[in-house]
Design a protein around this ligand. Structure first.
Ligand code: DX5
Ligand code: ZN
Length: 231
């Protein structure tokens, strides 16, 4: 667990006509990371954007880029996204033919290693490699679209991953929760053991980004506190 609660606005819900300004605005409003959702139209039905936009995001951002690859066979593109400026690269375990090889490729690229699964896939797909993973991303909606409704059932996975990390002494493992996050559910997520909170439509759908980022952070801090951890 990280000592800090981190908020990662997803630019999927930003106004792409002024992406640079949108990124600067959320960073000014307190974003700790910029979450980039990469969709290939195969692993998920939607197509979003590729390394070129990530490169532009990197130029506009003064905080690290958290790049979430929702693509088939992500090993093909690790280098592209790292070169574009990704600081954390997250792959879906169910999209990888050889997950340990993908983990090594991300590690070798110099990025932090993130691994995710969709709500209907078990965490057993990546738990055997947990000590080589820097961040687990638990999907709280099915990957593919912003603006979906949070699925509270996935919090059992957050608890399972956190308890396995404690069992093996992986004290720096970060757990990110992604999908439908708001000021109303971030507390529950933090209580379960989440550290990093992705929020797309909740932040970019408002006029006051700071108010939304603070709402998620304060709810998460309350959850951390009620779970007995540092806030
Ligand atoms: C869904 C993406 C999410 C999404 C979050 O496939 O991984 O990052 O953009 O958007 P909201 O917060 O609107 O659910
Ligand atoms: Zn995402």
């Amino acid at each position: 667990m990280s000592d800090q609660i981190l908020i990662a606005p997803s630019i999927l819900s930003a106004d792409f006509r002024k992406l640079g300004d949108e990124i600067k605005a959320v960073v000014d409003a307190g974003a700790d990371l910029i979450h980039c959702d990469i969709m290939d139209g195969l692993f998920v039905p939607n197509i979003s954007y590729g390394p070129m936009i990530v490169e532009w995001a990197k130029k506009a951002s003064t905080v690290p880029l958290d790049v979430h690859l929702m693509i088939v066979d992500p090993i093909r593109y690790i280098k592209h996204f790292r070169d574009a400026g990704a600081d954390i690269i997250t792959v879906h375990a169910e999209a990888c033919a050889d997950l340990p090889a993908v983990i090594d490729a991300i590690n070798d690229s110099g990025a932090q290693v993130g691994v995710s699964v969709n709500p209907d896939k078990p965490v057993d797909l990546f738990l055997p490699y947990l000590e080589k993973i820097d961040m687990v991303l638990i999907m709280s909606v099915y990957a593919g679209f912003g603006g979906q409704k949070f699925m509270p059932g996935v919090l059992d996975k957050v608890r399972a991953v956190r308890s396995r990390a404690e069992m093996i002494g992986h004290n720096t493992l970060a757990i990110e929760i992604d999908g439908g996050i708001t000021g109303d559910n971030a507390q529950l997520c933090a209580e379960a053991g989440a550290d990093i909170f992705v929020a797309g439509s909740y932040v970019f759908g408002a006029t006051d980004y700071r108010e939304r980022i603070d709402a998620v952070r304060n709810a998460a801090k309350a959850g951390r506190k009620s779970a007995g951890g540092k806030s």
